[in-house]
Design a protein around this ligand. Structure first.
Ligand SMILES: [Zn+2]
Length: 252
């Protein structure tokens, strides 16, 4: 008897959540609904950073580390003012030219990217881009999208404790997660605002993209470009934003 009641209340919770879900899906907003709360994003980010710590060797001293920490100190407060989560920026000892952000705060830079980005300004242009993925909650949207496509959303909504398992079953790989072109565009544009507001050279994003393009032409494509295709439009927009800012003093 008691067991039946428990079962039916569970069914009731799941079906209410399904109603909420279908209401979100059929709503006038065609974009994917975000099924993760801020605290779930933070929880997921902590879990991912524990996993990352097991697989990676971090650099915690030396010139590249100092440079990254210097840029972090100027730029991350701007991101935190927009979306308050516990940001961490870590440097992975690997020659890969890569950087990525996980939901809820963790950001990773690879030594290979730090060596290619030879100035603080260029490091800031990548950090601004990656921080914006967190601020605009692009990963959470991506996870929500994958959950909906794989019918895991109802399970997740019916049992909030299962976040870790759901995330694991989606085989989410944040190191190579591809965002939509719109989300990438938003990260470039808002990243540019952080770059300038933190006091860095407005040309740095365009110059770093051009450098990436050259590296791709010579010695194998930098890993960052695999999740961040460097289209002509993207480079042109970065150059245009810098030119517009320098001539008008207005941020996009
Ligand atoms: Zn990106």
């Amino acid at each position: 008897m008691a067991e039946n009641r428990n079962k039916s209340s569970l069914i009731a919770i799941v079906s209410i959540n399904l109603m909420v879900l279908s209401a979100m899906l059929t709503g006038c907003n065609a974009r994917t609904p975000n099924l993760l709360s801020k605290s779930q994003e933070i929880q997921l980010g902590k879990q991912l950073s524990a996993e990352q710590a097991e697989q990676s060797q971090f650099i915690t001293s030396g010139p590249e580390y100092e440079r990254l920490k210097r840029v972090e100190a100027k730029l991350i407060p701007l991101a935190k003012a927009d979306y308050d989560v516990p940001y961490t920026v870590q440097l992975i000892d690997s020659p890969e030219v890569n950087a990525f952000a996980a939901p809820g705060g963790p950001i990773y830079f690879y030594l290979g990217l730090m060596k290619l980005a030879s100035s603080d300004d260029e490091v800031a242009s990548v950090l601004g881009h990656e921080a914006t993925h967190i601020v605009k909650r692009h990963s959470a949207k991506q996870i929500s999208d994958q959950m909906l496509k794989s019918n895991l959303a109802a399970i997740f909504l019916g049992n909030q404790g299962e976040l870790a398992q759901v995330a694991a079953s989606l085989l989410i790989n944040f190191q190579s997660m591809k965002f939509s072109r719109d989300d990438e565009g938003q990260s470039d544009e808002n990243g540019f605002r952080y770059l300038v507001r933190a006091g860095y050279n407005p040309d740095a994003m365009a110059s770093f993209f051009e450098k990436m393009g050259k590296a791709a032409g010579s010695s194998g494509s930098p890993e960052w470009l695999q999740s961040h295709p460097l289209t002509d439009t993207r480079v042109k927009k970065a150059r245009q934003r810098a030119e517009d800012y320098k001539s008008t003093g207005a941020l996009p």
